[in-house]
Design a protein around this ligand. Sequence first.
Ligand code: SF4
Length: 229
Amino acid sequence: MDAAKIKWFRHQLSTWGTQNLRDFPWRQTCDSYAIIVAEYLLQKTDAATVVPIYKAFLLRYSTLENLAKANINELSELLVPLGLYFRAERLQKCARIILEQYGGKIPDSEQQLLELPGIGKYTARAICSQAFNQPLAVLDTNVARILERFFGLQGERVKSRCKILWSAAEIIAPEKEVGKWNLTLLDFGAMVCRAKNPLCNDCPLSAKCDYMQTQPNDSKKILLSGGLK
Ligand code: SF4
């Protein structure tokens, strides 16, 4: 990957992030319990759908202890609108392990978080970067799509396990404020470089984007007019 192109990408995206980051309740806190709850609820679920459930969840289960002692049927019922029926059980199991093994303190290492039920590499790193300000890059389908398109990379089918894309995500991350950088990539993938109908005509990356260069001229015109789905 070209160093000058990486630097330009970082600069353009950081500027975009400063003006466009979305505001969600879990982004207004540094409380590790609230952040771990949010990351569980956000797994495979649209952020807007999560907002009311997240608020109700923290009202009812305001501490790790409350969650560990919760009635599992009531907990599951609260999470029904989010789907993934096993999420409630995993979340409660996670709370109990943290109480028993870590004295109620959310672990702040990626390795320890990975040992908790329902936590994979993305979630562990999201918690480390958001709750503990650690410089750990994340990769999800949004981030993978941006990297593949802009840098012309070809990742494997299961992006979350693709070493090339994980390595690219780490290389392009800045040294500081990686938590904010991670949020910028997630939001940019959701709002601009969308899976369908990317907003290439409004994109601050279009001048150097590989995806744009590989489009036939006619398609490029359609892309730039925002018409391709
Ligand atoms: S120009 Fe289009 S494909 Fe390239 S990064 Fe921007 S939105 Fe994505």
